[in-house]
Design a protein around this ligand. Sequence first.
Ligand code: ATP
Ligand code: FE
Length: 366
Amino acid sequence: VTILGIETSCDDTGCAVVDGKGNVLGESLFSQNILHLRYGGINPLVARDLHRDNIELAVNQALEKAKINVTAIDAIAVTTKPGLLISLQIGVKYAKYLSKSYNKPLIPIHHMESHALVARMFYDIEFPFLTLLISGGHCLLAVVNDVDNFLLLGNTLDNAPGEVLDKAARRMKLRNIPAYSELAGGRAIEEAAKCSNNSELFAFPMPLVKSRDCNFSFSGIQDALIRHLLSKEKEHSVVGDRIIPEVNDLCAAFQSIIAEHISHRVQRAVIFCTKNQLLKENYKNIVVSGGVACNDFIFKTLQHVGDQLNCNVLRPPPKVCTDNGIMIAWNGIEKIKKKYQFHDVTLNSIEPKAPLGINIMDKVRE
Ligand code: ATP
Ligand code: FE
């Protein structure tokens, strides 16, 4: 089988052609990252317009690189949920147009499920496995029992880590440092933290230390960052575009507390899964995906925790952790292998706020 995947849920127009063995035959990605850095966040109308401008080109590029004609594709997989309504509509409309014109079946894809499943394209990971999805819009912990069977263990009570990192990078004015000016917020913080020689200069409160569930909270850390910044700005009389001298240390401390908090929750999830036999005894895999999984410091912290718990911690290659068309096409392949029953996909199939799997968050607390 050969599948064309189309992703437009947020700000990236991503397309890819993937075959049944998981070979990427062709791919294309139109990222709006730099533009949104300039706007200071995602502007939905701008995002939608750029998807509209790029969608045909993105599909054609992926097909050309794959040296394949649409007629030779077996099906089209398209993100229908969750995401920005007007962005999702562009991808679904174009997929429907291709489907009608070339008589190809459509497969609706859940964006977050595909972030997790795409790891199976790179590693031999059997079901069930635990997944941690950390990105610009989400922070989720789930057991993946099968292609279409997810159990939701934990969610963020407030913001997503990518969103918090992006805001912090903006507030610290990292974009004014030429080497970081075109990097995603989280990436800029990771680079700045590498230049720190005192990551303990700033103390951050650990969120949800006493809670026995698998939820996350980043708002307290974010508030603490602002407080640290204000006090240092005052101390050095920093105004306008200038940056506090301790910026690298602040980035390192901030990144550390995020890594530690996430690790604590993963630890909690593994204990819960072990107690309830949700994972296989001697075969425990944790898949980390989503844009924040690109962060080597956070990933290594998680691997360290995994070692202590006898779990294998894996992530897709960084460019597949952020939004892309490859994971959508691969999810289509996985569904077809599971004898997916095709049905009509319409604009009504779009769900901007779709939950991930069956929510068992209440059970985790017990
Ligand atoms: P979602 O998948 O929840 O809809 P999204 O589509 O915005 O969110 P992704 O493309 O998966 O998210 O991830 C983008 C986020 O990843 C941004 O917030 C960005 O700052 C963050 N990010 C990218 N690289 C790194 C890095 N090296 N370290 C930390 N964060 C990073
Ligand atoms: Fe994403």
